[in-house]
Design a protein. Structure first.
Length: 108
């Protein structure tokens, strides 16, 4: 009878270990599923960040190009303004010369 009790006790202990092992396997499976889901989310976030970085890079290049064009136009405008200023100075000199010439004539 004692041997039977030992066998029953051993079987119950074995059954309990199987139940505990099954629970651990189930918990491990759930944890692995959560890790897999988190990995998928991380991959999606990395892809979104990469896309945003590329878009920002494109925008930066566009801004740089626009600023270069504005600088070129500004430089041309400055040069043209200097030419206009020189032309006005020459025109003023011609007007002053004409005015001096007109003073020499007497109107009767």
């Amino acid at each position: 009878q004692a041997e039977t009790n030992e066998v029953v006790t051993a079987m119950e202990a074995g059954t309990q270990q199987v139940v505990t092992g099954t629970k651990l396997v189930d918990e491990t499976r759930k944890s692995l599923n959560q890790i897999t889901a988190a990995s998928v989310q991380i991959t999606e976030l990395v892809e979104a960040i990469t896309k945003a970085a590329l878009e920002q890079s494109d925008a930066s290049q566009s801004v740089t190009q626009t600023m270069t064009e504005v600088a070129t136009i500004s430089s041309k405008t400055s040069a043209e303004a200097a030419q206009v200023s020189d032309s006005f100075k020459q025109l003023l000199e011609v007007a002053q010369t004409l005015q001096e010439s007109v003073r020499q004539f007497k109107v009767q």
